[in-house]
Design a protein around this ligand. Sequence first.
Ligand SMILES: *Cc1c(COP(=O)(O)O)cnc(C)c1O
Length: 494
Amino acid sequence: MDVFSTRKKEVRVPATLAVLEGISSDGGLFVPDYFPRLNADMMLPLVREGYQATAAEILSLFFDIGTETLRTLTKEAYASFDTDEVVPLKQLGEREYVMELFHGPTLAFKDLALQVLPRLLKLALVEQGQKEDVLVLAATSGDTGKAAMEGFRDVDRTFIYVFYPQDGVADLQKLQMVTQQGKNVGVCAVQGNFDDAQTGVKELFGDPEFNKWAKKHNFTLSSANSINIGRLIPQIAYYAYTYGKLVMDGKVKSGVPVNFVVPTGNFGNILAAYYAKKMGTPIKKLICASNRNNVLTDFFQHGVYDSHREFFKTMSPSMDILISSNLERLLFEIASRDSQIVCGWMDALRIRGSYEVPARFRKILTEDFYADYCTEEETADAIKRTFEKHGYLMDPHTAVAQAVYEKYVQSTDDETLSVVVSTAHPFKFTQDVLAAVTGERVENPFEAADKLSGVTGVPVPPQIGELMELPVLHRGGVAKHQLKNAVENFVRGE
Ligand SMILES: *Cc1c(COP(=O)(O)O)cnc(C)c1O
């Protein structure tokens, strides 16, 4: 399939090439030419076969790569997960389920796509006959960085460099990154928040000097952020798969819609859910859950996106974002795929920090979505209550979704079966989860992990335990306008 830019429809490239390019040269994001249809006849046999088969089929609808090759790819990509189910579904209440997306090597949902992306990229290099190596850049709010480095680690012909906000990630997220091994990986702290890191990386992609430099060093630049369509497409699979599983297990009648509740930051995960819906997965509401950084809540409720507001650091740091990149892809759909209109809104965002979507464009926003947010107290309370009521331990991001789901049910009385999307393992955020459950604050994350495990009976995942022993390999930091120097030093091996 071809994809094209949200800002310039004439820019059309095959989806495999878009994976290499990451972002379109006009600054727009690549979007699919059309939404292929998924139907029950096709989905149920795949779901019966397993997650890997389902994911391969969905990839094959977008990428011109043979199904057998893709089946091998997904089999390899998900082999490192700690369960064959890949995305287990747990029932919490009569009408509430949790879809667990944290069973990959780095304990966050980012693994679902970032174990696939490097493999897609390698195939794309061959298919496109590309001679240059790939230099992948990424900004991270905590989980993308680790998952991307783990995915690209020692992959031939690729190098990856990651920027994270110096004081904006959880202790264990940071430790996971600075202990990353692999001869082609690098990571660096930025003096700023996630938006500074993401804007800085996006600027590098658009910087002619930097592009010249990359060419001279025989690199193609690419992105591991969810602006890369190679990250978005693999994420569609778990929505379609989980719906199929609910049907197969007799929990819902085929064709009857369900809700998904998604803890949202950069709008990549929930956008994949929207794509799944466009492709025919029966979904009623996509519930967009935010923490105190509730720019999206205001947008869905009032049609005004205003990034000029106070930035809060929360216990769900991977959602501490004021500029949600992937929203641009939804804007493209609500503007009936008119790139002129999208350009207008994006220019306003760049120049004034805000834009307003006129009422006539808001139908999708109110019909397909519901948005709300919760405070830090409500997040901690959701962790505690869910554990006490169901014996189920949630990480703070998932707890934001849980709290917002409860508000949604209260204000709408909607009895539709709902799936809360769990995006991280609770032990990635041990101190906050322990404090929520017991009221006790333990600063050392490993001590907190032991305590939490003792109290809840949930074992400490090996990926967390081993961090205590691993040497710190990456210590660099840069000012927010110096990203270029950091990348150049990395390539020079300094
Ligand atoms: C990245 C992340 C999110 C936000 O996902 P987006 O696709 O950026 O909206 C939520 N929770 C966790 C744990 C994450 O790592």
